[in-house]
Design a protein around this ligand. Structure first.
Ligand SMILES: [Fe+2]
Ligand SMILES: [Fe+2]
Length: 199
């Protein structure tokens, strides 16, 4: 065992609010199931899943300060929408505080919010697990009123992971476009540009 997942869960449960911890657990279990299906180490998926939102409860100001202090590059899109930094800050916390040293696990945490072009298997698994974990129900009604589309993505995740990524990106971008006050960052658009061929 590279990681003591029980110990990490214990620590994360003390760090995050209950609702966010339950979401993190949901992402961990879903990522473990996807790791079984797509044959990557289950433990890596578990570590990335439980830690992916470890920086989500930092304020925008804290995220910017944290990244500045740790020499983490802040893009223009991240300056405009600092919550996007919780992936990068989270990866740094996973490394420094939770002893995760493997870059592929850290990248899965780093890019879980926007996704990116040419994701590795574990990156795709965390990106998708974050969207479909069992606790997620809000997509069904409030976003599009279409529950079937959401159920279809859950199924697709276990059939064709690239297509599941494309469906999630399309849904998110369509939703953001429908609300003029919402911001679409360039990494998300770039990622969708790459994955839309799988639709
Ligand atoms: Fe997140
Ligand atoms: Fe999340």
């Amino acid at each position: 065992m590279k990681y003591d997942i029980n110990d990490i869960c214990d620590r994360v449960s003390k760090k995050l609010k209950k609702k966010r911890y339950m979401h993190s657990l949901g992402v961990m279990y879903t990522a473990q199931a996807l790791a079984m299906k797509y044959e990557i180490p289950i433990e890596d998926a578990a570590a990335a899943g439980i830690l992916h939102d470890i920086a989500k409860e930092m304020s925008e100001e804290e995220l910017i300060n944290y990244c500045g202090k740790h020499n983490i590059y802040i893009s223009q899109a991240e300056k405009e929408a600092p919550y996007l930094l919780h992936g990068k800050a989270g990866a740094n916390i996973a490394k420094k505080k939770y002893g995760v040293n493997e870059e592929h696990i850290l990248d899965a945490i780093r890019f879980h919010t926007t996704g990116r072009a040419q994701m590795t298997m574990i990156e795709k698994i965390i990106f998708v697990a974050d969207y479909i974990e069992p606790g997620r129900t809000q997509y069904s009604d409030s976003e599009t009123g279409d529950n079937n589309a959401f159920c279809a993505i859950r199924k697709e995740a276990f059939t064709d992971l690239d297509r599941a990524c494309a469906l999630i990106m399309k849904r998110t971008i369509d939703y953001l476009k429908s609300d003029k006050s919402k911001h679409i960052d360039s990494t998300s658009m770039e990622a969708y540009g790459y994955y839309k061929v799988f639709l």
